[in-house]
Write a protein that binds this ligand. Structure first.
Ligand code: DGY
Length: 329
């Protein structure tokens, strides 16, 4: 008998076809994530769960899965902060993700936000659409130069490094901070390892590329904004909760932060009443960093590959908690 898999969203037909070769599937057909009650119910019924970053896979979901026959959780994202990984690990349930395939696509979007925020592309576009094309003037819609500026990368993994590679073409000085130095990448990309404080004080552009964790949650708050260069531009394509949204708003309002390019917020979707949306110097997109057709297809296929391995008792090709295997009965 085929194993059962619950998909919290419909994915590309090619990926569904492959899944159907080895599993019986049930797909949540709505356009919003299933509520946690549904996730708990499904965890009790299936062998595998194919999840999205919007699904709260908490300790209760995992506990019910463990009490039944849940063998694998495969997330269609590189980030997995919505999943209680320590609970999955102690339950012996491997969790898969999709690293690597979305690197360049996400860096492209981060770069697009950086350019748009620096050169006020969306503000200019909006004015023109509203019938306000101000005559050319020396101070009309002046933004900031990207070429030759200093870019500070918080997180220097795959996506951070892809940003550094783009920055090279703009003759930028690249600073990065993270827990460990990466000498090879530094050499290859001409980046300099600095402390967070130095990065905040020296960067004209700051872009976040770290995982959300207890350590990075709220890491950019009022005191970090105080350290930043006046006129800095902040880009976030990682997770909204890494930045204190109120502190960001206050600093944008005061002009200390010249502009922000955000693909993520906390919560998501952002409330339509969020004060951030009242500011012209905020360029915001709805968490579309990895959203190209090619990349999303690759992510879907990787997710299915992880499910297949998990259902057949093989190690997941992309596993965030390989320690889970030693907790299996
Ligand atoms: C991820 O994969 O974690 C991105 O945020 C969305 O693709």
């Amino acid at each position: 008998m085929k194993k059962k898999v619950f998909l919290t969203r419909s994915i590309f037909p090619e990926a569904i076809e492959r899944l159907l070769q080895f599993a019986e599937i049930e797909v949540w057909s709505e356009n919003c994530p299933p509520p946690v009650e549904v996730l708990i119910q499904k965890a009790a019924e299936v062998d595998g769960m194919l999840t999205m970053l919007t699904d709260p896979i908490n300790a209760n979901v995992i506990h019910i899965g463990k009490q039944n026959h849940l063998k694998v959780i495969s997330q269609m994202a590189v980030g997995f902060d919505n999943i209680d990984v320590p609970s999955a690990t102690s339950a012996g349930i491997p969790v898969g993700n999709t690293p690597g395939v979305l690197t360049e696509t996400t860096a492209d979007l981060a770069w697009a936000l950086l350019m748009a925020a620096a050169r006020r592309v969306v503000e200019g576009n909006n004015e023109v659409h509203q019938g306000i094309w101000r005559p050319w003037g020396p101070d009309v819609m002046c933004g900031r130069d990207v070429y030759g500026a200093t870019l500070g990368l918080i997180g220097f993994g795959r996506i951070g490094q892809a940003m550094a590679a783009r920055a090279k073409g703009f003759n930028m000085k690249v600073l990065y901070t993270q827990r460990h130095r990466d000498l090879d990448a530094e050499k290859k990309l001409g980046a300099n390892f600095v402390t967070l404080i130095d990065l905040l004080q020296q960067s004209d552009f700051i872009s976040l590329h770290a995982y959300l964790s207890p350590e990075t949650k709220g890491m950019i708050g009022a005191s970090q904004f105080e350290e930043m260069k006046p006129g800095v531009i902040l880009i976030n394509t990682a997770r909204g909760a890494m930045i204190d949204q109120e502190a960001l708003y206050q600093n944008l309002l005061a002009g200390r932060v010249a502009a922000a390019g955000l693909d993520v917020s906390d919560p998501e979707p952002i409330s339509k009443d969020s004060p951030l949306l009242s500011l012209p110097n905020v360029v915001i997109t709805p968490h579309i960093g990895s959203a190209s057709i090619q990349t999303r297809k690759r992510m879907a296929m990787m997710t299915v590959g992880n499910i297949e391995a998990g259902l057949t008792g093989n190690p997941l090709p992309y596993c965030v908690n390989p320690e889970a295997y030693s907790n299996r009965k």
